[in-house]
Write a protein that binds this ligand. Structure first.
Ligand SMILES: NC(=O)c1ccc[n+]([C@@H]2O[C@H](COP(=O)([O-])OP(=O)(O)OC[C@H]3O[C@@H](n4cnc5c(N)ncnc54)[C@H](OP(=O)(O)O)[C@@H]3O)[C@@H](O)[C@H]2O)c1
Length: 243
């Protein structure tokens, strides 16, 4: 019933929800491997956390990177208890305006990235006889909003995969899908131009109502710290002010 000594990979740990999750889990005694593309940010986060923390530059769009992340973690810490597949990107715009690259990126990071993690970690979890997949989904998939169609669709694919995975893995492996609402991170980016009113409206709402990323970190910690026969499958954490 403890996070103490658990070995946890957090993807997207260079900022936002991933950074907050890595910090909270490390504070509760986890040994954490941080993953993301920005080495400078990973290094900063690792040194701010201190303790038994390491980092690996990883692009989750590449299955070779994700396999190396998982095998490197097992080499470094001797096992893997939890994979928090949190890396994500979004472009808010109607389908008319999305570029091929923006669509590919949302699919490759948010969906393929999660599948790469499952492919790499599942054999490790099987051989240990235990493990926990945590995937960051989104309330965008629960209340569908124009301008977030591809993002919501891809996040809902992850929600579906989480449930299928849960049924397939049997009693020794746990699966949790966490759906944050609006969270104050770098995710929404710079103020969009008035020429993209859909994105601008979302951005303005986020500035008004978003909550701190620690709220999501606490939800992830809650799922991890349950007894091993308790599987917290879905958690939704929204700002009270989110419509
Ligand atoms: N903020 C919100 O309102 C909100 C709401 C619902 C769901 N979410 C979800 O929460 C998750 C975390 O987002 P956040 O809000 O914390 O935003 P963020 O601060 O922008 O963090 C996104 C993280 O994903 C990483 N990332 C992006 N592309 C990657 C790639 N190809 N390979 C590896 N890592 C990659 C980034 O690191 P690098 O740039 O260093 O690679 C960064 O650490 C995402 O899955 C997002 O969809 C966020």
């Amino acid at each position: 019933m403890s996070i103490q000594n658990k070995v946890v990979i957090v993807t997207g740990a260079s900022s936002g929800i991933g950074e907050a999750t890595a910090s909270l889990l490390a504070a509760r005694g986890a040994r954490v491997m941080l993953a993301g593309r920005r080495a400078d940010r990973l290094e900063q986060v690792a040194s701010a956390i201190g303790g038994d923390v390491a980092w690996t530059v990883t692009d989750v769009r590449r299955h070779t990177d994700v396999r190396a992340l998982v095998s490197g973690t097992v080499e470094r810490f001797g096992r893997l208890d939890v994979l928090v597949a949190n890396a994500g990107v979004a472009t808010v715009a109607p389908l008319d305006d999305l570029t091929d690259e923006q669509i590919d990126d949302m699919v490759s990071v948010n969906l393929n990235g999660v599948l790469h993690g499952i492919a790499a970690a599942l054999p490790v979890f099987r051989s240990q006889g235990s493990g926990h997949f945590v995937q960051t989904v989104s309330t965008s998939g629960l209340r569908i909003v124009a301008g977030q169609t591809v993002y919501a669709g891809v996040k809902n694919a992850v929600r579906t995969i989480s449930e299928g995975l849960r049924q397939e893995v049997g009693p020794s492996i746990r699966v949790t899908a966490v759906s944050p609402g609006m969270v104050r991170t770098e995710f929404v980016g710079e103020r969009p131009p008035a020429s993209n009113p859909t994105a601008l409206a979302t951005w303005e709402q986020v500035q008004k109502v978003a909550i701190a990323p620690d709220a999501i970190a606490r939800a992830i910690a809650f799922a991890i710290e349950q007894p091993k026969d308790v599987d917290v499958n879905e958690i939704v954490v929204r700002p009270t002010a989110q419509g």
